[in-house]
Design a protein around this ligand. Structure first.
Ligand code: TRP
Length: 444
């Protein structure tokens, strides 16, 4: 049996913890609430959940199969399964997305670090204007860039230490604490005066409000939050032991990921309505609403330090998984030393991140008519991730032998297998394709 140089996950729990660590991150706690707020609330949530089930789940399985079957990095995996065919280009596009995403991701993760510092300084006091606080910091240039680079350095440091040591230990202990803290905050949120308005906004859909743009963003976010379309789950799939169940790992991770996003929503929306933070505030939404909660809450300072610390850790376990994609490639295919691969890619993403951070108000940098930061997120989450995800599932559905899929999934029930293959071969690709066409044509 071939193994990766770094070895695989040492246990089933280790695999789930690391895959969940990748999936659960800023996507759940920062991005989900703000795009839900921007796109009308409950209706958006409803579409998002459908995208997760019908597209996210089969694409995750496809990525796991490709990774575990070959035990290779994303480019190497496609090359082995389809020699001399251009499928490996999916790996390249995925790596490009990883470098860009890591750039803007580290900007937001840097904000979380700054908010740990602000919590320690006891800056979240009643009466402070948290919107101004956020905007002046995020558009500050130098200050925001320093925190972003600090985060990038942390990510690089952890990846240099290797898969098992760095990733497994941290996510196993700290992610459950984050979930408990979110439950406590959700308990507090439902006692707030804006609770019923907030929960109605989040959970009571108005199906007549479905828009094409909302569908595209929901689909893109399904890929983003589950770490799909970059090769992360192919790379991680290659570390999952042969005896572990891919289906169970996917189901457990998806449930955990969705639960964290929903919990974050239950915490944020009641607060937004209570403390008059606009739900359409955009990328700063969570960073404006959360300090307001902590400023009023019992043990608020302690809880806010803990919260932003855990948020930064959740971001770290995700950023590690992004960095791991190009690093595994450089290490395995080009035989470049792990340390140098990490340093090279981190520098590249670091530059992207600095430019994204500056585009938030310090310097005028745009892409697709948006700030570079928003443009980069649009390019990756709404175009590149769904495109590579689409190709991944088509590849599994039409180019990998049925027996291999069956053997990887250990499925004995024929009916279940047929349903899965129908979703994987028809439902998920057609839905993704239609949404992508509309978005690329600029119709929505
Ligand atoms: N899923 C992570 C989050 O929700 C972000 C992430 C990590 C990611 N690795 C990825 C997104 C790969 C897309 C592809 O925060």
């Amino acid at each position: 049996m071939k193994t990766t140089k770094m070895g695989g996950f040492s246990s089933k729990v280790g695999a789930i913890a690391a895959v969940a660590g990748s999936a659960i991150g800023l996507g759940n706690i920062w991005r989900f609430p703000y795009i839900t707020g921007n796109n009308g609330g409950a209706t958006f949530l409803f579409i998002y959940l459908i995208c997760i089930a019908l597209v996210g789940f089969p694409v995750m399985i496809a990525a796991f199969i490709i990774g575990r079957k070959t035990k290779k990095n994303t480019v190497g995996a496609f090359k082995e399964l389809a020699p001399k065919k251009p499928w490996f280009l999916c790996g390249w596009v995925g790596m490009f997305s990883a470098v860009v995403t890591l750039g803007f991701y580290s900007v937001v993760a840097g904000w979380s670090l700054k908010y740990i510092y602000l919590s320690i300084m006891n800056s979240f006091q009643t009466g402070v204007d948290f919107e101004t606080m956020f905007v002046s910091f995020s558009s500050s240039g130098y200050d925001a860039v320093s925190w972003q680079l600090l985060f990038m350095a942390l990510t690089a440091g952890v990846v240099i230490m290797g898969v098992k040591d760095g990733i497994e230990k941290m996510s196993k202990i700290l992610m459950p604490i984050l979930v408990i803290l979110l439950v406590v905050l959700a308990g507090n949120a439902i006692t707030l005066s804006g609770a019923s308005e907030g929960l109605t906004f989040l959970f009571n859909p108005d199906l007549s409000a479905v828009s094409g743009k909302a569908i595209l963003i929901a689909l893109g976010h399904a890929f983003f939050t589950l770490s799909l379309g970059m090769g992360t789950m192919i790379t991680y799939g290659s570390y999952i032991r042969d005896e572990d169940s891919l289906t169970k790992t996917a189901v457990q991770v998806i449930i955990a990921d969705t639960a964290v996003a929903l919990l974050a929503g239950v915490v944020i929306f009641p607060a937004a309505f209570t403390y008059s933070v606009e739900v359409t505030s955009g990328a700063g939404f969570v960073f404006m609403a959360l300090p307001a909660i902590f400023s009023e809450m019992f043990a608020g300072q302690f809880l806010s330090i803990l919260f932003f610390f855990l948020l930064a850790i959740a971001a770290l376990t995700s950023s590690i998984s992004m960095l791991e994609v190009p690093v595994a490639f450089l290490e395995q295919e080009l035989k470049i030393k792990r340390k140098w691969s990490v340093i090279g890619i981190s520098l590249l993403s670091g530059v992207v991140g600095v430019l994204c951070s500056l585009s938030n108000g310090a310097v005028d940098l745009t892409l697709f008519g948006k700030s570079l930061m928003d443009g980069a997120a649009y390019l990756t989450a709404s175009i590149l991730l769904p495109s590579v995800g689409l190709l991944t599932i088509i590849f599994m559905g039409y180019f990998i032998k049925k027996d291999v899929i069956k053997q990887q999934l250990k499925i004995k029930n024929e009916l279940f297998f047929s349903i899965f293959m129908f979703v994987a071969k028809v439902v998920a690709p057609v839905a993704t394709f239609i949404v992508l066409c509309f978005s690329v044509l600029g119709v929505i």
